[in-house]
Design a protein. Structure first.
Lengths: 197, 209
Protein backbone atom coordinates (compact mmCIF):
# COMPACT_ATOMS: atom_id res chain seq x y z
CA UNK A 1 0.00 0.00 0.00
CA UNK A 2 1.37 3.40 -1.05
CA UNK A 3 2.02 6.31 1.27
CA UNK A 4 -0.94 8.60 1.94
CA UNK A 5 -0.91 12.26 0.82
CA UNK A 6 -0.38 13.54 4.37
CA UNK A 7 2.53 11.13 4.87
CA UNK A 8 4.12 12.27 1.61
CA UNK A 9 3.68 15.92 2.64
CA UNK A 10 5.35 15.24 6.00
CA UNK A 11 8.26 13.59 4.20
CA UNK A 12 8.52 16.37 1.61
CA UNK A 13 8.52 19.05 4.29
CA UNK A 14 11.03 17.14 6.36
CA UNK A 15 8.83 16.89 9.43
CA UNK A 16 9.20 13.14 9.12
CA UNK A 17 12.51 11.46 8.28
CA UNK A 18 12.56 9.43 5.10
CA UNK A 19 14.34 6.68 6.94
CA UNK A 20 11.25 6.22 9.10
CA UNK A 21 9.13 5.38 6.04
CA UNK A 22 10.26 1.84 5.29
CA UNK A 23 7.83 1.61 2.39
CA UNK A 24 9.69 4.34 0.57
CA UNK A 25 12.83 2.29 0.06
CA UNK A 26 10.86 -0.45 -1.63
CA UNK A 27 8.40 1.65 -3.70
CA UNK A 28 9.56 3.53 -6.78
CA UNK A 29 6.12 5.13 -7.27
CA UNK A 30 6.17 6.77 -3.85
CA UNK A 31 9.77 7.88 -4.33
CA UNK A 32 8.78 9.52 -7.61
CA UNK A 33 5.78 11.21 -5.95
CA UNK A 34 8.02 12.51 -3.20
CA UNK A 35 10.60 13.83 -5.65
CA UNK A 36 7.88 15.65 -7.63
CA UNK A 37 6.42 17.19 -4.52
CA UNK A 38 9.80 18.49 -3.46
CA UNK A 39 10.47 19.88 -6.93
CA UNK A 40 7.12 21.69 -7.01
CA UNK A 41 7.66 23.11 -3.55
CA UNK A 42 11.03 24.40 -4.66
CA UNK A 43 9.61 25.91 -7.87
CA UNK A 44 6.76 27.59 -5.97
CA UNK A 45 9.08 28.90 -3.27
CA UNK A 46 11.22 30.56 -5.90
CA UNK A 47 8.40 32.81 -7.12
CA UNK A 48 8.73 36.42 -6.01
CA UNK A 49 5.98 38.94 -5.60
CA UNK A 50 6.82 42.33 -7.09
CA UNK A 51 7.49 44.61 -4.14
CA UNK A 52 5.52 47.87 -4.27
CA UNK A 53 7.41 51.11 -3.95
CA UNK A 54 7.78 52.71 -0.48
CA UNK A 55 5.53 55.54 -1.64
CA UNK A 56 2.75 53.06 -2.25
CA UNK A 57 2.65 52.14 1.43
CA UNK A 58 2.13 55.72 2.57
CA UNK A 59 -0.58 56.16 -0.01
CA UNK A 60 -2.13 52.85 1.00
CA UNK A 61 -2.22 53.78 4.69
CA UNK A 62 -3.83 57.10 3.81
CA UNK A 63 -6.51 55.33 1.75
CA UNK A 64 -7.29 52.91 4.56
CA UNK A 65 -7.44 55.78 7.04
CA UNK A 66 -9.89 57.68 4.86
CA UNK A 67 -12.06 54.61 4.45
CA UNK A 68 -11.98 53.95 8.19
CA UNK A 69 -12.80 57.56 9.04
CA UNK A 70 -15.76 57.41 6.67
CA UNK A 71 -16.82 54.26 8.45
CA UNK A 72 -17.04 55.73 11.95
CA UNK A 73 -16.46 53.80 15.15
CA UNK A 74 -16.12 50.01 15.01
CA UNK A 75 -19.52 48.39 15.06
CA UNK A 76 -20.91 46.66 18.07
CA UNK A 77 -20.69 42.92 17.67
CA UNK A 78 -23.94 40.97 17.39
CA UNK A 79 -22.98 38.97 20.48
CA UNK A 80 -22.65 42.05 22.64
CA UNK A 81 -26.28 43.09 22.04
CA UNK A 82 -27.80 40.72 24.60
CA UNK A 83 -25.88 42.54 27.31
CA UNK A 84 -27.88 45.65 26.46
CA UNK A 85 -31.09 44.21 25.13
CA UNK A 86 -31.86 41.65 27.82
CA UNK A 87 -31.76 44.14 30.73
CA UNK A 88 -33.72 46.63 28.63
CA UNK A 89 -36.42 44.07 27.91
CA UNK A 90 -36.53 43.06 31.59
CA UNK A 91 -36.97 46.64 32.69
CA UNK A 92 -39.55 47.24 29.95
CA UNK A 93 -41.54 44.24 31.11
CA UNK A 94 -41.50 45.49 34.69
CA UNK A 95 -42.57 48.99 33.64
CA UNK A 96 -45.42 47.60 31.59
CA UNK A 97 -46.48 45.33 34.45
CA UNK A 98 -46.50 48.28 36.85
CA UNK A 99 -48.40 50.42 34.38
CA UNK A 100 -51.05 47.78 33.68
CA UNK A 101 -51.47 47.00 37.37
CA UNK A 102 -51.90 50.64 38.32
CA UNK A 103 -54.29 51.33 35.49
CA UNK A 104 -56.29 48.24 36.41
CA UNK A 105 -56.44 49.45 40.00
CA UNK A 106 -57.77 52.83 38.92
CA UNK A 107 -60.45 51.19 36.80
CA UNK A 108 -61.47 48.95 39.68
CA UNK A 109 -61.91 52.01 41.90
CA UNK A 110 -64.16 53.59 39.27
CA UNK A 111 -61.56 55.99 38.03
CA UNK A 112 -61.37 56.39 34.28
CA UNK A 113 -58.17 55.08 32.70
CA UNK A 114 -55.63 57.72 32.06
CA UNK A 115 -55.45 59.20 28.59
CA UNK A 116 -52.45 57.84 26.74
CA UNK A 117 -51.48 61.14 25.20
CA UNK A 118 -51.73 64.84 25.94
CA UNK A 119 -49.50 65.64 28.85
CA UNK A 120 -51.52 67.04 31.71
CA UNK A 121 -49.83 69.37 34.13
CA UNK A 122 -50.65 67.86 37.49
CA UNK A 123 -49.16 68.23 40.89
CA UNK A 124 -47.00 65.19 41.24
CA UNK A 125 -45.10 63.75 44.13
CA UNK A 126 -41.44 64.25 44.56
CA UNK A 127 -39.78 61.95 42.00
CA UNK A 128 -42.10 62.82 39.14
CA UNK A 129 -42.31 66.54 39.61
CA UNK A 130 -38.71 67.02 38.62
CA UNK A 131 -39.17 64.80 35.65
CA UNK A 132 -42.08 66.66 34.13
CA UNK A 133 -40.66 70.03 35.01
CA UNK A 134 -37.65 69.15 32.90
CA UNK A 135 -37.91 71.06 29.59
CA UNK A 136 -36.59 68.02 27.71
CA UNK A 137 -39.55 66.02 28.94
CA UNK A 138 -42.18 68.52 27.83
CA UNK A 139 -44.40 67.03 25.20
CA UNK A 140 -42.95 63.56 25.66
CA UNK A 141 -46.14 61.56 25.90
CA UNK A 142 -44.55 58.23 26.75
CA UNK A 143 -42.57 59.74 29.59
CA UNK A 144 -45.61 61.63 30.82
CA UNK A 145 -47.63 58.43 30.82
CA UNK A 146 -45.06 56.62 32.94
CA UNK A 147 -44.88 59.56 35.32
CA UNK A 148 -48.63 59.85 35.61
CA UNK A 149 -49.14 56.17 36.18
CA UNK A 150 -46.82 56.26 39.08
CA UNK A 151 -47.94 59.64 40.33
CA UNK A 152 -50.35 58.45 42.97
CA UNK A 153 -48.30 55.54 44.16
CA UNK A 154 -45.47 55.87 46.56
CA UNK A 155 -42.76 53.32 47.15
CA UNK A 156 -44.38 51.89 50.22
CA UNK A 157 -47.57 51.20 48.31
CA UNK A 158 -45.67 49.46 45.57
CA UNK A 159 -43.71 47.43 48.07
CA UNK A 160 -46.83 46.38 49.96
CA UNK A 161 -48.34 45.31 46.68
CA UNK A 162 -45.31 43.10 46.20
CA UNK A 163 -44.17 45.08 43.23
CA UNK A 164 -41.04 46.65 44.50
CA UNK A 165 -39.12 44.72 47.08
CA UNK A 166 -35.92 46.48 48.00
CA UNK A 167 -33.17 45.26 45.75
CA UNK A 168 -35.57 44.17 43.04
CA UNK A 169 -35.76 45.49 39.48
CA UNK A 170 -39.10 47.06 40.32
CA UNK A 171 -37.50 48.94 43.16
CA UNK A 172 -34.84 50.16 40.78
CA UNK A 173 -37.42 51.30 38.26
CA UNK A 174 -39.46 53.24 40.78
CA UNK A 175 -36.30 55.04 41.82
CA UNK A 176 -35.05 56.02 38.38
CA UNK A 177 -34.08 59.64 37.94
CA UNK A 178 -35.34 61.74 35.05
CA UNK A 179 -32.26 61.14 32.94
CA UNK A 180 -32.32 57.43 33.70
CA UNK A 181 -35.96 57.26 32.67
CA UNK A 182 -35.15 59.04 29.43
CA UNK A 183 -32.34 56.57 28.72
CA UNK A 184 -34.69 53.70 29.48
CA UNK A 185 -37.23 55.16 27.11
CA UNK A 186 -34.60 55.53 24.40
CA UNK A 187 -33.50 51.91 24.79
CA UNK A 188 -37.09 50.70 24.67
CA UNK A 189 -37.82 52.70 21.56
CA UNK A 190 -34.68 51.38 19.89
CA UNK A 191 -35.59 47.84 20.74
CA UNK A 192 -39.19 48.24 19.59
CA UNK A 193 -38.04 49.81 16.35
CA UNK A 194 -35.53 46.99 15.75
CA UNK A 195 -38.06 44.27 16.41
CA UNK A 196 -40.54 46.03 14.12
CA UNK A 197 -43.12 46.39 16.86
CA UNK B 1 9.32 63.87 13.37
CA UNK B 2 8.12 64.75 9.90
CA UNK B 3 4.48 65.61 9.95
CA UNK B 4 3.88 65.57 6.23
CA UNK B 5 4.76 63.57 3.20
CA UNK B 6 5.80 65.44 0.11
CA UNK B 7 6.27 64.23 -3.42
CA UNK B 8 6.27 65.66 -6.88
CA UNK B 9 3.69 64.89 -9.50
CA UNK B 10 5.44 63.79 -12.67
CA UNK B 11 4.64 65.32 -16.03
CA UNK B 12 3.59 68.74 -14.81
CA UNK B 13 5.36 72.00 -15.32
CA UNK B 14 6.11 73.94 -13.28
CA UNK B 15 6.70 71.07 -10.92
CA UNK B 16 3.81 70.79 -8.56
CA UNK B 17 4.31 69.59 -5.06
CA UNK B 18 1.66 67.67 -3.23
CA UNK B 19 1.65 67.65 0.50
CA UNK B 20 -0.42 65.13 2.27
CA UNK B 21 -0.79 65.42 5.99
CA UNK B 22 0.39 62.35 7.81
CA UNK B 23 -0.78 61.61 11.28
CA UNK B 24 2.30 60.99 13.39
CA UNK B 25 2.07 57.73 15.24
CA UNK B 26 2.10 58.32 18.96
CA UNK B 27 5.15 56.60 20.43
CA UNK B 28 3.16 54.91 23.15
CA UNK B 29 0.80 53.41 20.56
CA UNK B 30 3.67 52.04 18.54
CA UNK B 31 4.84 50.16 21.61
CA UNK B 32 1.52 48.51 22.36
CA UNK B 33 0.92 44.84 21.74
CA UNK B 34 -1.88 43.65 19.48
CA UNK B 35 -4.51 43.21 22.13
CA UNK B 36 -3.87 46.66 23.58
CA UNK B 37 -4.00 48.18 20.10
CA UNK B 38 -7.37 46.57 19.44
CA UNK B 39 -8.67 47.84 22.76
CA UNK B 40 -7.39 51.33 21.97
CA UNK B 41 -9.22 51.21 18.63
CA UNK B 42 -12.41 50.18 20.36
CA UNK B 43 -12.02 53.10 22.76
CA UNK B 44 -12.05 55.36 19.72
CA UNK B 45 -8.32 55.92 19.21
CA UNK B 46 -8.25 55.62 15.45
CA UNK B 47 -4.49 56.18 15.42
CA UNK B 48 -4.17 52.72 16.97
CA UNK B 49 -5.66 51.25 13.82
CA UNK B 50 -3.02 53.08 11.79
CA UNK B 51 -0.42 51.13 13.74
CA UNK B 52 -2.20 47.84 13.01
CA UNK B 53 -2.32 48.73 9.31
CA UNK B 54 1.33 49.67 9.29
CA UNK B 55 2.36 46.41 10.94
CA UNK B 56 0.35 44.11 8.72
CA UNK B 57 -0.15 45.93 5.41
CA UNK B 58 2.75 44.25 3.63
CA UNK B 59 1.82 40.69 4.55
CA UNK B 60 -1.84 41.33 3.72
CA UNK B 61 -0.89 42.86 0.38
CA UNK B 62 1.41 39.93 -0.46
CA UNK B 63 -1.35 37.49 0.44
CA UNK B 64 -3.78 39.30 -1.86
CA UNK B 65 -1.21 39.52 -4.63
CA UNK B 66 -0.66 35.76 -4.46
CA UNK B 67 -4.34 35.32 -5.19
CA UNK B 68 -4.93 37.88 -7.93
CA UNK B 69 -1.46 38.33 -9.44
CA UNK B 70 -1.83 42.02 -10.15
CA UNK B 71 -1.01 45.14 -8.20
CA UNK B 72 -4.26 47.07 -8.65
CA UNK B 73 -6.52 44.30 -7.44
CA UNK B 74 -4.13 43.33 -4.66
CA UNK B 75 -4.15 46.94 -3.46
CA UNK B 76 -7.96 47.18 -3.54
CA UNK B 77 -8.36 43.83 -1.83
CA UNK B 78 -5.87 44.74 0.88
CA UNK B 79 -7.79 47.91 1.61
CA UNK B 80 -10.98 45.88 1.77
CA UNK B 81 -9.36 43.46 4.21
CA UNK B 82 -8.45 46.27 6.60
CA UNK B 83 -11.84 47.90 6.30
CA UNK B 84 -13.55 44.62 7.11
CA UNK B 85 -11.16 44.07 9.97
CA UNK B 86 -12.01 47.50 11.34
CA UNK B 87 -15.73 46.82 11.08
CA UNK B 88 -15.34 43.51 12.84
CA UNK B 89 -12.79 44.58 15.40
CA UNK B 90 -15.15 43.92 18.28
CA UNK B 91 -15.36 40.29 17.25
CA UNK B 92 -11.60 39.82 17.56
CA UNK B 93 -11.20 37.88 20.78
CA UNK B 94 -7.48 37.37 20.73
CA UNK B 95 -7.77 33.59 20.47
CA UNK B 96 -5.53 33.70 17.44
CA UNK B 97 -2.94 36.29 16.54
CA UNK B 98 -4.07 39.43 14.78
CA UNK B 99 -2.08 38.29 11.73
CA UNK B 100 -3.95 34.99 11.57
CA UNK B 101 -7.26 36.84 11.98
CA UNK B 102 -6.32 39.23 9.18
CA UNK B 103 -5.26 36.30 6.98
CA UNK B 104 -8.62 34.69 7.58
CA UNK B 105 -10.37 37.85 6.45
CA UNK B 106 -7.93 38.17 3.55
CA UNK B 107 -8.47 34.62 2.34
CA UNK B 108 -12.24 35.10 2.44
CA UNK B 109 -12.05 38.41 0.62
CA UNK B 110 -9.70 37.00 -2.01
CA UNK B 111 -11.62 33.78 -2.54
CA UNK B 112 -14.82 35.74 -2.98
CA UNK B 113 -13.11 38.02 -5.46
CA UNK B 114 -11.40 35.33 -7.48
CA UNK B 115 -14.58 33.33 -7.76
CA UNK B 116 -16.35 36.43 -9.09
CA UNK B 117 -13.57 37.66 -11.31
CA UNK B 118 -11.00 35.84 -13.36
CA UNK B 119 -7.48 36.73 -12.31
CA UNK B 120 -5.85 39.24 -14.58
CA UNK B 121 -2.48 38.66 -16.11
CA UNK B 122 0.35 40.71 -14.71
CA UNK B 123 1.07 43.99 -16.35
CA UNK B 124 4.55 45.11 -17.26
CA UNK B 125 4.09 48.04 -14.90
CA UNK B 126 3.63 45.62 -12.01
CA UNK B 127 6.91 43.94 -12.78
CA UNK B 128 8.70 47.24 -12.78
CA UNK B 129 8.24 47.44 -9.04
CA UNK B 130 10.55 44.47 -8.56
CA UNK B 131 13.55 45.35 -6.56
CA UNK B 132 16.48 44.65 -8.82
CA UNK B 133 19.21 42.63 -7.23
CA UNK B 134 22.67 41.69 -8.31
CA UNK B 135 21.27 39.11 -10.72
CA UNK B 136 22.14 39.57 -14.36
CA UNK B 137 19.40 40.77 -16.70
CA UNK B 138 18.98 37.42 -18.54
CA UNK B 139 18.83 35.54 -15.25
CA UNK B 140 16.29 38.00 -13.95
CA UNK B 141 14.20 37.68 -17.10
CA UNK B 142 14.28 33.89 -16.95
CA UNK B 143 13.30 33.92 -13.32
CA UNK B 144 10.48 36.38 -13.99
CA UNK B 145 9.11 34.25 -16.81
CA UNK B 146 9.29 31.11 -14.73
CA UNK B 147 7.64 32.93 -11.83
CA UNK B 148 4.86 34.21 -14.07
CA UNK B 149 4.15 30.67 -15.28
CA UNK B 150 4.02 29.32 -11.75
CA UNK B 151 1.77 32.19 -10.62
CA UNK B 152 -0.57 31.58 -13.55
CA UNK B 153 -0.73 27.89 -12.66
CA UNK B 154 -1.43 28.69 -8.99
CA UNK B 155 -4.22 31.02 -10.10
CA UNK B 156 -5.92 28.08 -11.80
CA UNK B 157 -5.94 25.84 -8.74
CA UNK B 158 -9.24 25.16 -6.96
CA UNK B 159 -9.91 27.72 -4.23
CA UNK B 160 -8.99 25.71 -1.13
CA UNK B 161 -5.92 24.23 -2.77
CA UNK B 162 -4.77 27.68 -3.80
CA UNK B 163 -5.40 29.14 -0.35
CA UNK B 164 -3.56 26.26 1.30
CA UNK B 165 -0.58 26.51 -1.00
CA UNK B 166 -0.33 30.29 -0.63
CA UNK B 167 -0.55 30.24 3.16
CA UNK B 168 1.87 27.33 3.51
CA UNK B 169 4.47 28.31 0.95
CA UNK B 170 4.51 32.09 1.23
CA UNK B 171 3.28 32.92 4.69
CA UNK B 172 4.93 30.06 6.54
CA UNK B 173 1.79 29.19 8.43
CA UNK B 174 1.60 25.82 10.17
CA UNK B 175 -0.92 23.24 9.00
CA UNK B 176 -2.91 23.91 12.16
CA UNK B 177 -2.99 27.67 11.54
CA UNK B 178 -4.12 27.09 7.96
CA UNK B 179 -6.80 24.73 9.22
CA UNK B 180 -7.99 27.50 11.57
CA UNK B 181 -8.05 30.06 8.78
CA UNK B 182 -9.87 27.79 6.34
CA UNK B 183 -12.12 26.16 8.89
CA UNK B 184 -10.93 22.65 8.11
CA UNK B 185 -8.82 19.91 9.69
CA UNK B 186 -5.07 19.44 9.59
CA UNK B 187 -5.55 16.27 7.56
CA UNK B 188 -7.63 18.17 4.99
CA UNK B 189 -4.98 20.89 4.81
CA UNK B 190 -2.25 18.36 4.10
CA UNK B 191 -4.41 16.64 1.49
CA UNK B 192 -5.17 19.99 -0.16
CA UNK B 193 -1.51 20.87 -0.16
CA UNK B 194 -0.62 17.53 -1.73
CA UNK B 195 -3.26 17.94 -4.46
CA UNK B 196 -2.24 21.56 -5.07
CA UNK B 197 1.37 20.51 -5.70
CA UNK B 198 0.28 17.55 -7.84
CA UNK B 199 -1.96 19.79 -9.94
CA UNK B 200 0.85 22.31 -10.35
CA UNK B 201 3.02 19.48 -11.63
CA UNK B 202 0.33 18.51 -14.15
CA UNK B 203 -0.11 22.11 -15.34
CA UNK B 204 3.55 22.97 -15.55
CA UNK B 205 4.96 19.63 -16.59
CA UNK B 206 8.72 19.74 -16.54
CA UNK B 207 9.06 23.34 -17.68
CA UNK B 208 9.99 24.84 -14.32
CA UNK B 209 11.86 21.88 -12.91
Amino acid sequence: MHLRPDELIDLAEGTRAESSATHLAACAVCRLHLAELKAMMSAAADVDVPEPSPLFWDHFSARVRQAVEAEGAPRRSFWTWPRVVIPAISVATVVLAVAVTLNWGRTERGIAPLPSIAPVPVALPVASVDLLADPQSAGDTALTLVAELSSDMDFETAREAGLAARGSAEHAVTHLTGSELRELQRLLQEELARSGA
Amino acid sequence: MASSLTWTLPGTWPLRTVTQPMRPVEPELADLDERALVEACLRGQSAAFDVIVERHRRSVYLLCYRFVSNHEDASDLSQDVFLRAYRGLRSFRGQSSLATWLYRIGVNVCLNRVSAKKPLSESIADRQFVDETAESAPDRLLKDERGARVRAAIAQLPRKQRATLVLRMYHEMSHQEIADVLGSSVGAVKANFFHALSNLKKMLGGEVL
